[in-house]
Design a protein around this ligand. Structure first.
Ligand SMILES: C[S@@+](CC[C@H](N)C(=O)[O-])C[C@H]1O[C@@H](n2cnc3c(N)ncnc32)[C@H](O)[C@@H]1O
Length: 247
């Protein structure tokens, strides 16, 4: 059995099941649906809160490219790839999320290639994709370096990996530490692990990220404040009091 979680005492297989249960119970972004099928409201809120996603993903430059999206969630970005004319496959290990994403794409008139599978074990041959894209996913999987190795395996030589993972330290991490860690003797990492979305979430310094990305050339980092850092989205609104605002 694997044991890659940086926090001692957590078994990866058990943790992975908890992560899957978490996202099945609450598919990512479901809170932004005003009713079950209002995917436009979800997309509107998502891109208002994170306007940099389009440029980072490069949807507009992807026509004809073979793209894999790892961790599609409810499929907002996956649909953008389709609209842009990319030949895109998508995976997520939450079947509830994949179902919602499929429904979303079919409602928009597309035939999606979406599968339920684990980012640590991708069901694609080596050297398949021009782009592997993954937004806010790999830090939730117990063995993040293995997700990156898999992404690299399925990328063709010269292909591009575009991933968003959480930064250490972040304002969100500090807020969680103040709220849950400070008085209980938990580290910032442990506060993030225990309290940021699904169980076992990790955050990475640039040095740690660079080390996971060994073997890639031309590594570029971009650090942005997330809606969570800025207390703009629903879950982080619970921190909207004076002290946290100052932080
Ligand atoms: C925060 S959501 C992000 C979803 C989407 N990328 C977005 O930005 O809305 C995290 C997603 O990662 C998926 N996920 C976590 N670990 C995974 C794994 N090992 N394999 C596949 N999907 C995973 C979850 O099911 C969830 O849908």
């Amino acid at each position: 059995m694997a044991q890659a979680s940086p926090i001692r005492g957590f078994n990866d297989d058990v943790l992975k099941e908890s992560v899957r249960d978490f996202w099945n119970a609450d598919p990512c972004g479901a809170r932004y649906l005003q009713d079950g099928d209002d995917f436009e409201a979800h997309a509107r809120t998502r891109y208002e809160l994170e306007p940099y996603i389009h440029e980072f993903a490069g949807f507009a430059r992807s026509a004809g490219q073979r793209v894999l999206e790892v961790g599609v969630g409810m499929g907002a970005d996956y649909l953008e790839w389709l609209k842009a004319g990319a030949r895109v496959s998508g995976v997520d290990f939450s079947s509830a999320s994949v179902e919602r994403a499929k429904h979303r794409c079919e409602m928009a008139g597309y035939e999606p290639d979406l599968r339920v599978c684990d980012a640590e074990h991708l069901p694609f041959p080596d050297n398949t994709f021009d782009i592997v894209y993954s937004y806010g996913v790999m830090h939730h999987s117990p063995d993040t370096p293995q997700c990156i190795r898999e992404a690299r395996r399925v990328l063709r030589p010269g292909g591009a990996l575009r991933i968003m993972i959480y930064h250490h330290l972040s304002l969100t991490g500090l807020m969680l530490w103040l709220r849950y860690g400070f008085l209980r003797g938990k580290s910032v990492r442990r506060s993030v692990h225990d309290h940021l979305e699904s169980p076992g979430t990790k955050s990475y310094t640039r040095k740690e990220a660079r080390s996971m990305l060994q073997g890639f050339d031309q590594i570029k980092f971009q650090q942005v404040f997330s809606p969570g850092d800025l207390l703009l989205n629903e879950p982080s609104a619970r921190f909207q009091n004076f002290t946290y605002r100052i932080i």
